[in-house]
Design a protein around this ligand. Structure first.
Ligand code: C5P
Length: 290
């Protein structure tokens, strides 16, 4: 038996823009993605003898079989390298909130791919692993790579960017859910108003200027929220901004909101203010390499 345990880092969207609807029904996106220290822990055991892939998690609401991204990632890896699966057990210790716009499932899938590559194909280029990841989900290639990156297409066309300067990040997930397909369904690309300025964001990152990066944060999904959804998102942003956040936005297809803070004490104050109302609340930092 072989075994490997890896952290699966969550991601945040510093920006998210939707460029166009594609003939295949997906949308072309442009986003700046950032890995954060908040992570699940993924253990992959192979050659367990029974020829199955099994996924065990500490969350009852997650599927253990082919419905789990971690399962799909293992299957895709074995198919891509043409290798017999000699029995694979995947153990997920979840900390990343689910259906939160933080790529929790994709991060687990990417960790499975990285573990299997380390065990069986250490010479495989990262780009090849990212290509296998895309078969599993649009956010998986970024999660394979990690750090700070521009993601285009469905998220698979990745360009490394200079790292997000050191900061403290408050992440808060409200209890209501937002369905990704439903949100995409509400978008009329030609009606979207203010779009993130990616040239300005790249310049801000290149200059290592946290304040300038924060000014360029933005997510067009915030424009298609209902009044009720917007109210809670606005409340979270307001608390973070009043506590000193440089900026606060929704990540991915939400509903999680995060704020960037130059001062840890201010981030702690924001977290303290929100803690009585929100159970899924995290203080975290950027991660540069996975
Ligand atoms: O990637 P995920 O499985 O979360 O996507 C769910 C749905 O969101 C897709 O089936 C599609 O309807 C929509 N989507 C999209 N364009 C993307 C990603 C997702 O239209 N780039």
């Amino acid at each position: 038996m072989k075994s490997m345990t890896l952290p699966a880092y969550a991601k945040l969207n510093l920006t998210l823009d939707i460029l166009r609807k594609r003939p295949d029904g997906y949308h072309d996106l442009r986003m700046v993605m950032q890995s954060i220290a908040l992570h699940d822990t993924v253990t992959v055991r192979t050659e367990t003898g029974d020829g199955d892939i099994t996924v065990r998690t500490d969350r009852e609401d997650l599927p253990g079989g082919p419905g789990n991204i971690a399962w799909k990632a293992a299957r895709a890896f074995y198919d891509a390298v043409g290798m017999e699966n000699g029995g694979t057990e995947i153990l997920l210790e979840k900390r990343i909130p689910m259906q939160a716009g933080m790529a929790g499932g994709s991060a687990d899938g990417a960790a499975v791919l990285r573990a299997l590559r380390s065990l069986y194909a250490p010479e495989m280029p990262r780009q090849e692993l990212e290509r296998i990841g895309l078969q599993v989900g649009g956010d998986v290639p970024f999660c394979v790579r990690g750090g700070t990156a521009l993601a285009e297409g469905r998220g698979e066309v990745l360009t490394d960017l200079p790292p997000l300067p050191a900061c403290t990040i408050v992440v808060c997930k409200p209890e209501f859910g937002l369905s990704t397909p439903a949100l995409f369904g509400r978008v009329r690309v030609e009606k979207l108003g203010r779009r993130p300025d990616h040239d300005a964001m790249k310049q801000a990152l290149a200059a290592g200027n946290l304040g300038a990066v924060a000014r360029q944060m933005g997510n067009v999904f915030e424009e298609v929220l209902t009044a009720e959804e917007s109210r809670e998102i606005a409340y979270l942003k307001d608390v973070m901004l009043r506590c000193g956040a440089l900026n606060a936005v929704m990540t991915g297809s939400g509903p999680t909101v995060f704020g960037l803070f130059a001062q840890k004490e201010q981030a702690e104050r924001a977290a303290q203010t929100l803690r009585s109302r929100y159970a899924q609340l995290f203080l975290t930092t950027p991660v540069q390499r996975v």
